[in-house]
Design a protein around this ligand. Structure first.
Ligand SMILES: Cc1ncc(COP(=O)(O)O)c(C=O)c1O
Length: 283
């Protein structure tokens, strides 16, 4: 909402009396920067005070998500972004650094929230935490990816291995729709782990990209030529780590006549690791 719309909305909430409970304001910003979040949160505190002066409840704000996940150390991310180029990808595809999720973030997860709360929204003056406390405003957050950091993995079975002079193309029983960064013309960069079906190990390392099971040449789960410690074989498993946040199957459909991937819940009870299928009732 722009300022005029906000103004109108507040007037209508006031006029609606008991029919509407106006609890507060929220935003969700793209990106992962601390300062714009602190700044906008400060503006919402002011808006709450204004709304209260109109007799509205306005006692909470939500600052959405966008708390980064720090996947790798600064020097590793700097080296990758400095050196990566078309040679590293199938079909000489190119990615610029801004195409990728920021896999290193100096301030991440709960520390990002701490930094937002410690920041001074208007440059000087009071920290956001104190402004919230002084105004009696509850802070709500909606962390997505950061909340699921180190949770979940996605497993594909290798169906075929094609040699392409210097690297291989693995084809798997899934599609690029299973790794959501692919929808944004980006790449999920954590290396998939190879689990050989016969337990073999060793052998010269092999570079391979990973293709999906549809007819589209662009259906790639991983364009990057990942270095595997041994030659992958059909029947081996590829395990993509840390995929609970976003790398889900919400875009997959039965359109290709492929079964929708099963979801397995692993938990611990009475000292034993147990698993079960996570079945959602049909919509
Ligand atoms: C309204 C809203 N809140 C929270 C999130 C979660 O963001 P993140 O995963 O970056 O924490 C999103 C993501 O798009 C969103 O749209």
């Amino acid at each position: 909402m722009n300022d005029a719309e906000l103004h109108t909305a507040l007037d209508r909430c006031r006029d609606a009396g008991d029919a509407v409970r106006m609890e507060g304001f929220s935003f969700h910003l793209s990106g992962y920067a601390v300062r714009p979040r602190a700044h906008l949160a400060g503006e919402l505190v002011d808006l709450c005070l204004k709304a209260r002066a109109m007799g509205l409840q306005a006692d909470r704000i939500s600052i959405g998500g966008g708390f980064a996940v720090d996947y790798v150390a600064a020097e590793d991310w700097a080296r990758f972004t400095r050196t990566q180029g078309p040679n590293d990808y199938h079909a000489a595809k190119s990615f610029s650094t801004s195409d990728f999720y920021p896999y290193h973030s100096p301030v991440a997860g709960a520390d990002a929230l701490r930094a937002i709360l410690a920041a001074r929204p208007d440059g000087g003056g009071t920290a956001l935490a104190d402004r919230l406390r002084d105004a009696g405003i509850m802070l709500l957050t909606e962390p997505g990816r950061a909340l699921l950091d180190r949770a979940g993995c996605t497993i594909f079975r290798i169906q075929g291995v094609k040699d392409r002079g210097g690297y291989a193309i693995l084809t798997v029983d899934g599609t690029s729709l299973s790794l959501s960064e692919q929808w944004f013309n980006s790449e999920y960069l954590p290396d998939p782990v190879l689990l050989p079906s016969d337990g073999r190990s060793g052998g010269p390392p092999v570079r391979a990209c990973v293709g999906g099971a549809t007819c589209l040449e662009s259906d790639m789960l991983t364009w990057r030529k990942v270095v595997f410690p041994a030659r992958p074989h059909p029947g081996d498993l590829l395990v993509y780590p840390n995929t609970a946040g976003y790398q889900m199957d919400s875009n997959e459909s039965p359109f290709h006549d492929l079964p929708l991937p099963l979801k397995v819940v692993v938990d611990e009870a009475d000292g034993r690791i147990r698993w079960r299928l996570d079945r959602r009732p049909p919509c």
